[in-house]
Design a protein around this ligand. Structure first.
Ligand SMILES: Nc1ncnc2c1ncn2[C@@H]1O[C@H](COP(=O)(O)OP(=O)(O)OP(=O)(O)O)[C@@H](O)[C@H]1O
Length: 251
């Protein structure tokens, strides 16, 4: 009789623990949903489209006068240029002065990477005249920690976060494709055959928009990626394709 009641009480305790585990798991899922919603609300309040300005240090052969307002509403978001004794003021959502590090810029961007991981569509692009620092900001030098640009840093964040979420039961599948649009022509930077980069075959790529607002480029090489190392080698491959294209055009 005693063994029976002991068995019953153990069974009840087990059922109770299972119930509490299910409730705790549900709380994690609900908490994560709330975090996503709040994160998205914060970004919407900051503005769905934001324009940042990064001022790069002057090169040795350059001269110019750039200053930043140190009072008024444009602190941290204004930049003043002097040209022919005339002063021009500009305002952005945020200005990174010439002393801003790659990490400073990424700190601002990383919230958008989180949004992408939460399932929202995100686009980050660099715009500026030649030599203004687009490649430095976006790619930098991935070999050195402090010089890594936004792309390698974002990829690290994507892999680190997805590892964490996998331990909470989420499943992630990552695929990469890389392209450049040069002179209105799309080039597949991961294509293995050199000809697709160098001859007119590139014209087969078409930009398609579906009813759900997704944009896809037909016939691009898509590669499954499982680690940051795999993506890094793809980035090198893409950079090499761009170099091949540049030297092919110079010839
Ligand atoms: N914030 C910065 N700090 C230090 N050096 C920088 C910075 N931004 C750019 N540079 C340097 O300025 C030079 C030009 O930058 P970069 O190649 O990134 O320009 P770009 O806009 O990509 O030019 P292009 O359109 O011609 O490709 C490079 O030598 C780069 O290392």
């Amino acid at each position: 009789m005693e063994t029976m009641s002991e068995y019953e009480s153990q069974k009840r305790m087990l059922e109770d623990l299972q119930l509490r585990l299910t409730e705790a798991e549900q709380k994690i899922v609900d908490g994560e949903k709330l975090r996503k919603k709040l994160h998205n609300t914060i970004l919407e309040l900051k503005g769905n489209i934001r324009v940042f300005c990064r001022v790069r240090p002057l090169l040795s052969n350059e001269s110019g006068a750039v200053s930043y307002p140190n009072n008024g509403e444009n602190i941290g978001r204004g930049v003043e240029l002097i040209h022919n004794t005339q002063s021009y003021s500009f305002a952005f959502d945020k200005v990174f002065d010439h002393s801003a590090s790659q990490e400073d810029v990424f700190t601002e961007i990383s919230q958008l990477v989180q949004s992408a991981l939460d399932g929202y569509k995100v686009c980050i692009f660099a715009y500026g005249q030649t030599g203004s620092g687009k490649t430095h900001t976006m790619m930098g030098n991935p070999e050195f920690n402090d010089q890594k640009g936004l792309i390698p840093r974002s990829l690290e964040q994507i892999f680190q976060t997805s590892q964490c979420l996998m331990s909470q039961g989420w499943k992630y599948k990552m695929q990469a494709s890389m392209l450049e649009i040069y002179n209105e022509t799309i080039r597949d930077l991961l294509a293995t055959s050199r000809t697709s980069i160098q001859d007119g075959a590139a014209s087969k790529y078409n930009i398609k928009h579906d009813v759900n607002g997704n944009t896809q480029v037909s016939d691009l090489t898509i590669v499954d990626v499982r680690s940051i190392n795999e993506v890094s080698s793809l980035l090198k491959r893409a950079a090499q394709s761009r170099l091949t294209r540049s030297s092919f055009e110079i010839q």
